[in-house]
Design a protein around this ligand. Structure first.
Ligand code: FCB
Length: 451
């Protein structure tokens, strides 16, 4: 690991090291913690993806997850007691509209209503995300993100949610991680709906942004304040010095990092990626850029790691692959590369967000945490936070308006295709008893942010 050393288990930062209005928070998502079996929640494509052999470790799903649906009071207490300022959560489309459209599950909206009031009562600022991957199954059956009409359905869903909840939110995001929604799920096949199809991917890459733009329009119409979008970025470096590796890393960067930011902030897709995807794109896609590029109030950056990229055999686009790197890794096998966070904050600021507030909406790591009589000694996580917070500080010193930093995640939870194996939480969850136990990182945070 770089700069901050692991000499002890404390956070090397306090509030005094950041601007007075800088906020600290933690993030979760609905399907990963709530328990989709409760409260009239409809089926989502994650339920069927998980029920299909080979997709998810041990076939695990989010039916119970962390039972946050019933234990949310305790969970919000944990956020408050860590001395955090804000809480980023997501609203489940399938919980609010079990069919995807039409009749509202009032119990679902009531849940979020109480949750938001619960945050406010604890002095926590609610940061809502409208979509963190739990697409209602009836919409998935109609083609989901491949079908243009998803943008209208998402606009309608936005309206239902925001009419009820929009007045009490500190910030609202349309989407969490368009790259995962589109490319990871429709080209790489690793997340629901598990497709490996370039036309599906190209359509999803466009329609998710069209839905974003339509949702922004609806929120503007309702007077919802502080509207943004959360994108994930991965630092792409060539695996060697060859021109081929350099070109492969540049293309990876285009698909992952420049496509979605380009659509939203430049009303254009990067030419190098379009060169491969254009034959598979929806007709007249460029006509949608006025909607896609509707101004937003902030950009959310999710950052975890870097990838070393090499050319792959074969000629089919994109003909690249990630290879194993030499740096320290987390239990996800992800390299720890804090400098990448500085890179994305400054690059996004200069090239895309151009002065808009930037929120670090996710950063954190999984480790093989074990609970013993002394608690959970997650030293590597504390080091990880130190190194990444140092890069946030460096970016602020360089003049970027970074406004907050959210740790992924509050709780150990359902890590998608990896099931319950990967522990990202500040708080340990025993998935037999569902008992919560703060880890050392939680205590370190509580201490660093106290007073
Ligand atoms: C991000 C997701 C989040 C979680 C972390 C580890 O891509 O937004 O749900 O899975 O990765």
């Amino acid at each position: 690991m770089t700069s901050a050393k692991r000499e002890d288990s404390r956070l090397l930062f306090g509030r005094a090291d950041f601007p007075p209005d800088f906020k600290f928070g933690t993030a979760t998502s609905s399907y990963q913690i709530e328990g989709s079996a409760f409260g009239g929640c409809g089926a989502s494509h994650w339920d069927s993806f998980a029920a299909t052999p080979g997709n998810v470790v041990r076939g695990e799903n989010g039916a119970t997850a962390c039972d946050h649906f019933h234990r949310w009071r305790q969970d919000l207490d944990l956020v408050r007691d860590a001395n955090l300022d804000c809480y980023r959560f997501s609203i489940s489309w399938a919980r609010v509209l079990p069919e995807g459209w039409g009749s509202v599950n009032e119990a679902g909206l009531d849940f979020y209503d109480r949750l938001i009031d619960g945050m406010l009562a604890r002095g926590l600022e609610p940061f809502a995300t409208l979509y963190h991957w739990d697409l209602p199954s009836p919409l998935a059956s109609l083609g989901g993100w491949q079908n243009r009409s998803i943008a209208d359905r998402f606009a309608d869903y936005t309206e239902v949610v925001m009419r009820r909840l929009g007045d009490r939110l500190a910030a609202s995001a349309t989407f969490n991680e368009p790259w995962c929604i589109a490319w990871l799920s429709h080209f790489l096949g690793q997340h629901a709906p598990g497709l490996r199809d370039i036309r599906a991917a190209a359509h999803a890459m466009h329609f998710v942004l069209l839905a974003h733009g339509r949702s922004v329009e609806v929120m503007r119409g309702l007077g919802v304040k502080n509207v943004g979008v959360v994108m994930n970025f991965e630092y792409a470096q060539p695996a060697d010095e060859s021109p081929e590796a350099r070109a492969a890393a540049k293309l990876y960067d285009g698909i992952y990092n420049r496509w979605f930011a380009g659509g939203v902030f430049d009303k254009a897709y990067p030419a190098d990626v379009l060169a491969g995807l254009e034959p598979h794109m929806p007709k007249a896609f460029a006509d949608d850029f006025e909607i896609i590029g509707a101004p937003v109030d902030w950009l959310g950056i999710n950052y975890y790691t870097r990838k070393l990229i090499a050319p792959d055999s074969g000629t089919l686009f994109p003909a690249l692959k990630a290879v194993k790197g030499p740096l320290e890794k987390t239990s996800m096998g992800w390299e720890v590369y804090p400098e990448g966070l500085y890179h994305f904050i400054t690059w996004m600021h200069e090239t895309y967000a151009r002065g808009l507030p930037i929120h670090i909406t996710e950063n954190g790591m999984s480790s093989d945490d074990t609970l013993d009589a002394e608690g959970v000694a997650d030293t590597q996580r504390i080091d990880y936070l130190n190194c990444h917070l140092a890069e946030v500080r460096r970016a602020i010193d360089a003049g970027v308006p970074v406004k907050s930093y959210f740790i992924w995640s509050l709780l150990d939870n359902y890590e998608w295709a990896l099931g319950y194996d990967k522990r990202f939480g500040l708080v340990h969850v025993d998935f037999e008893t569902l008992e919560r136990q703060p880890k050392n990182s939680w205590y370190a945070l509580q201490k660093a942010l106290g007073a």
